[in-house]
Ligand binder design. Structure first.
Ligand code: PGA
Length: 258
């Protein structure tokens, strides 16, 4: 039995109106109630954060933003800040998702600043790392992933980083229906934990949740979550319906109880 509480997080990406977001959040909140043996977080689009925050009031479901800027305020048209995320009730923020790295020019340096900024506002960073298919085939998976982990945590100590969550999401598995084999995911997760231990100490790295993401669904969640270093899941497509997301939450509960 692991001492790390599993975490199942839904990344709704660019989907759902306010009303649709609230309906989905309330179905999930009804299942989670006052809390389960695993933590549950949902990540709506920015325009739904406020409404979903109201919907989730009194439930144990956490609320995640999908991105933030690192500055608190200022002349940054179109951005959101950690101050505003905390103000609207966000407990978590996804940082450095591969779609942001690929399409919106997110860099390791930006990821690091965002991690520090959200931690200063007591918002938990869910830092995404992962290799492309080309990088995997060139045998560079660990170089890429461990480099991203190192960059994201640079300059912060284990105390500041206590709430950190890492999500390993191989880019070739995101939205493709192609999941990493559980043992391949475990190899990368173990390597991430090993690097975290080298960087900031073993007792800290033992406490850090490392989620797997990339085509997680009800049919593969148990197998992935049976691996010793897979502490949860960051779920995209399958988080958009309660019928798919709830069985994944239940797999997280089974991991917690195993
Ligand atoms: P997917 O997305 O579950 O649709 O593959 C995961 C993610 O991008 O976080």
């Amino acid at each position: 039995m692991t001492s790390r509480t599993p975490l199942i997080a839904g990344n709704w990406k660019l989907h759902n109106t306010v009303a649709e977001s609230q309906a989905l959040a309330s179905a999930i909140a009804a299942h989670v109630g006052n809390g389960l043996a695993c933590e549950v977080v949902v990540g709506p689009v920015a325009t739904s954060l406020s409404a979903v925050s109201q919907t989730l009031r009194g439930s144990a479901v956490g609320l995640s933003a999908q991105n933030t800027h690192w500055e608190d305020s200022g002349a940054f048209t179109g951005e959101l800040s950690p101050t505003l995320l905390a103000d609207v009730g966000c407990s978590h923020c996804i940082i450095g998702h591969s779609e942001r790295r690929q399409y919106f020019g997110e860099t390791d340096a930006g990821v690091r600043k965002k991690v520090a900024a959200v931690l200063a506002h007591k918002v938990v960073p869910i830092v995404c790392v992962g290799e492309s298919l080309e990088q995997r085939e060139a045998g560079k998976t660990l170089d890429v992933v461990l480099g991203q982990v190192e960059a994201a945590t640079e300059g912060l100590d284990a105390v500041a980083l206590a709430p950190l969550v890492v999500a390993y999401e191989p880019i070739w598995a995101i939205g493709t229906g192609r999941t990493a084999k559980a043992e391949d995911a475990q190899d990368v997760h173990r390597a991430i934990r090993g690097r975290l231990a080298e960087l900031k100490g073993e007792s800290w790295s033992d406490s850090i949740r490392i989620l797997y993401g990339g085509s997680v669904k009800p049919s593969n969640a148990d197998e992935l979550l049976a691996e010793p270093d897979v502490d949860g899941a960051l779920v995209g497509g399958a988080s958009l319906s309660a019928d798919n997301f709830i069985p994944i939450i239940d797999a997280g509960v089974r991991r917690a109880e195993s």
